[in-house]
Ligand binder design. Structure first.
Ligand code: ZN
Length: 333
C-alpha cells in the first residue's frame, strides 16, 4: 500500500480546498521532510536556463544533471525486469507519501524535478505503461489538477518506467507550449469539420509534428484521442509511439499529441563532438529541453534542436496521411 498524507498533515503546509492546492501542500511537505527532495528542488531553483528563439516561439533549455538517470535510462526489457520497480509502493523511500486520485492513481512528488512543482502519478497497480484504457483517467486527473499540465510519455517515448503505468504533472506557466497554443491554433490549421464537439488542429512551422485537440466533452475527447492513436503506425503488440500533454481551463481541455517516429535522435548515440544527451519526452516537445550534461548546455544550437525534433516526431509524409485519415474519420465519432 502507498503511504498517504493526511489532510491534517497537508494543512500544516498549505491549503486543501482543491486537488491542485493539496498537491502544492504535498510538495511543501515533501521538500521539508525529505532531504533528497528538499535538496533537489533547491538545486533546481539555481539551475541554469536559456532559450532559443524561432521567431514566433521559443524553446527553453535547462541544465539539470540530476535528470541523467531519466535521460540515459536503459529501458530495454532485460534492464527493466532486473531492477526493482521504483513506482511500486514497496520500493518507495520511507519519506515518500501521496494523495489518491481518480480511484486508481496516486499523486507523488517527483524527487528529481524539472518543474518547481513536479508530480509523478503512478497507477496503484503494477501494470505496463499504456495509454489505451487510461485516457479517461488522464482527462479526469487534468480536470482535478487544473493548475498543472498533466502528461503521458509512451513506453519508448521518454518513460523511464515502461513497466508501471504512470503520468506526470508540472505546475503551469513553465512550458512554452502553453503560450504558443493560441498562436498555433488558427482557423487555417483546423482539420476536422466545425460541427464536431472536438476541434482538431495540425499547425505547421513548429519544428515538431503536433496535433491539438480542444473540447469541453471528456467523453468525445476520449473517443477522438483513442481513434487518432489507433490510426498511428505501431510495431506489432506495441502501442503507437506518442507523448500527450493536457491541461484544463474550464470548461475546456486542451490536448497536445505528439506522434513519434523514434525514441532518441542520432546525436544521442554519436561520439565526442556530435554527441548530445537529449532523450525527448513530453516536456522537451512542450518546449523545455532538459540537458543533463553541461557541455550540451553550451553547445546546443537552433539547428541541432530542429534536427532532433524533426527526427523524433512522425515524418512529414506520414503526418500528412494521418491528417487526411483524421479528416475522413471525423463524422464517425
Ligand atoms: Zn511497479
Amino acid at each position: 500500500m502507498y503511504r498517504l498524507t493526511s489532510e491534517n498533515e497537508l494543512k500544516k503546509y498549505g491549503k486543501t480546498w482543491s486537488l491542485s492546492a493539496k498537491a502544492l501542500a504535498l510538495a511543501n511537505q515533501q521538500k521539508a521532510c525529505w532531504p533528497l527532495a528538499g535538496n533537489n528542488y533547491r538545486a533546481l531553483k539555481n539551475s541554469r536556463e536559456s532559450e532559443i528563439s524561432f521567431g514566433t516561439f521559443v524553446v527553453k533549455y535547462q541544465f539539470n544533471p540530476e535528470r541523467i538517470r531519466s535521460s540515459a535510462a536503459n529501458t530495454s526489457p532485460e534492464a527493466i525486469s532486473s531492477r526493482p520497480c521504483f513506482l511500486c509502493p514497496g520500493n518507495l523511500p520511507a519519506e515518500q507519501a501521496g494523495i489518491p486520485v481518480a480511484g486508481r492513481f496516486i499523486l507523488l512528488v517527483n524527487p528529481y524535478p524539472i518543474f518547481p512543482v513536479h508530480l509523478t502519478i503512478p497507477s496503484t497497480l503494477h501494470t505496463p505503461q499504456r495509454i489505451d484504457g487510461s485516457i479517461d483517467a488522464l482527462l479526469e486527473i487534468s480536470r482535478l489538477l487544473n493548475e498543472f499540465v498533466v502528461f503521458y510519455n509512451g513506453p519508448k517515448c521518454g518513460a523511464s518506467a515502461p513497466d508501471h503505468l504512470h503520468f506526470q504533472a508540472g505546475i503551469r506557466g513553465i512550458l512554452p507550449l502553453e503560450d504558443d497554443l493560441d498562436t498555433l491554433v488558427t482557423a487555417h490549421s483546423q482539420i476536422n469539420s466545425v460541427d464536431s464537439d472536438v476541434r482538431i488542429y495540425a499547425p505547421g512551422n513548429y519544428l515538431r509534428r503536433i496535433l491539438i485537440l480542444r473540447s469541453a466533452s471528456a467523453e468525445s475527447l476520449q473517443k477522438r484521442l483513442s481513434t487518432i492513436i489507433n490510426l498511428l503506425p505501431a510495431e506489432q503488440g506495441e502501442e503507437p509511439m506518442v507523448n500527450i500533454l493536457t491541461w484544463y481551463n474550464a470548461p475546456e481541455w486542451t490536448v497536445a499529441l505528439f506522434p513519434r517516429a523514434k525514441q532518441r535522435p542520432w546525436q544521442y548515440f554519436a561520439d565526442d563532438f556530435d554527441k548530445l544527451v537529449i532523450s525527448p519526452a513530453a516536456v522537451e516537445l512542450g518546449g523545455l529541453v532538459v540537458l543533463p550534461r553541461e557541455e550540451d548546455y553550451f553547445k546546443l544550437s537552433g539547428k541541432e534542436l530542429a534536427s532532433v525534433f524533426e527526427q523524433v516526431t512522425l515524418g512529414k509524409e506520414d503526418f500528412e496521411a494521418l491528417k487526411m485519415k483524421i479528416a475522413g474519420s471525423s463524422s464517425q465519432s
